[in-house]
Ligand binder design. Structure first.
Ligand code: MG
Length: 386
């Protein structure tokens, strides 16, 4: 029985992780979780998951009532509580499905305690790649990707030598505005951007798909996960989101992983690796129903944040933390209607140019870089708000 600690239990990945666990009750149990502000959802989960012994919520003010109702559970609050929870000795695998930079510290804490991490939190590698890599080298712990693209690459690499890889090919849906040129992006709204063509996901990642910041993040994650240089990581727009990514080998054989868009596969594979198991209710691909697959080259002019991510990723240091912090802040402002869609890109590019670069970084350096990047965006928003 694998004991899981699930951070971000109420989000899209968190909910699907609970689904996977409930379908494999003899193999997995969730013994701790974090849930942010969703107390109503917490009550529901505690009914479904009687094995939960520790819980972290966002607000300290919620603790007395919760402690009274669930005296057998140990409660924590805030980001500090989340990291404290990750230092707990009793769990086997951390499923980190927190959204944002705040997910980095829990990942590092788990690795430092020799715990395996099933990673859905992109920022752990985008902002903290150098630190996560160092922690993996030093501790007896493994990282398993949950993102569909990285899971696909992880699956394609199995049984092959790393040294025989020619390049990684990460597929991209192109997001909500993939058929619009830059001129048409001026007046698009958050509501338009939240209509993703293929995937149902959280708000931030759906906006990040539309700017392709998300694909840029995935390039950086792939670099750290699979130790492949940036000039051998390609992205390609693939309209149907059926090929989840590919690996090209030196002999030009290409292995691809295909399947219906269902995040339960990467979640489950990260937990059952190296084994595969049935996913209840999953629909297999029916090739007789697929008349064609469509591809389009990714265009750095059309998607400037994708270009920026390659540059920032290759430089390393605090650049990822700056780019991510700025993007988190800018997307939040766009969702509130404070800035335009195009201004997300401008704000992130400006922050990366403005925040002083630092090569050798500690966690404290990254926290500082993240904070300064957010301040840059706040200033930008004051001057450019709609
Ligand atoms: Mg993805």
């Amino acid at each position: 029985m694998k004991k899981l600690l699930l951070l971000g239990a109420s989000g899209s990945i968190g909910t699907q992780t609970v689904d996977v666990v409930l379908h494999h009750k003899n193999e997995f149990c969730i013994i701790g979780l974090s849930i942010g502000y969703h107390i109503a959802k917490l009550h529901e989960l505690l009914q479904q998951l009687p094995s939960v012994k520790r819980v972290c919520v966002a607000e300290k003010a919620a603790l007395p009532a919760l402690q009274k109702e669930y005296p057998q559970i140990h409660f924590y609050s805030g980001d500090a509580g989340m990291s404290e929870l990750c230092a707990w000795s009793e769990y086997d695998v951390l499923v980190n499905a927190v959204v944002g930079f705040r997910g980095l510290k829990p990942t590092l804490t788990a690795l430092e305690h020799d715990k395996d991490v099933a990673l859905a939190n992109k920022e752990s590698l985008v902002a903290g790649g150098p630190l996560v890599k160092a922690a993996l080298a030093k501790h007896h712990a493994h990282l398993y990707p949950i993102d569909s693209e990285h899971s696909a690459i992880f699956q394609c690499l199995r049984g092959n030598e790393q040294s025989e890889v020619d390049k990684l090919i990460i597929t991209a849906s192109g997001g909500s505005f993939r058929d619009l040129d830059r001129g048409a992006l001026k007046n698009v709204t958050a509501k338009d951007a939240l209509r993703h063509p293929n995937w149902q996901m959280g708000e931030r990642i759906t906006i990040d798909s539309a700017t392709m910041m998300n694909k840029g993040f995935e390039v950086i994650e792939a670099h750290y996960l699979f130790d492949i240089p940036f000039d051998r990581i390609e992205t390609i727009i693939h309209y149907e989101s059926l090929i989840h990514s590919m690996v090209q080998f030196q002999d030009h054989a290409i292995l691809a992983q295909l399947g219906s868009p269902d995040m339960r596969l990467p979640i489950q594979y990260a937990l059952t690796y190296p084994h595969r198991e049935v996913i209840i209710g999953s629909q297999p691909l029916d090739f007789s129903q697929i008349s064609s697959l469509h591809f389009k080259q990714t265009d750095f002019h059309r998607y400037p944040l994708l270009k920026l991510a390659y540059e920032v990723g290759a430089r390393g240091g605090n650049g990822g933390a700056v780019m991510n912090g700025a993007d988190e802040a800018a997307v939040a402002h766009f969702l509130k209607g404070n800035i335009s869609f195009i201004d997300i890109e401008t704000a992130v590019i400006k922050a990366v140019a403005q925040v002083p670069f630092k090569q050798d970084v500690s966690l404290a350096d990254l926290v500082e870089a993240d904070a300064i990047a957010r301040q840059c965006v706040e200033l930008f928003v004051e001057r450019n708000s709609l």
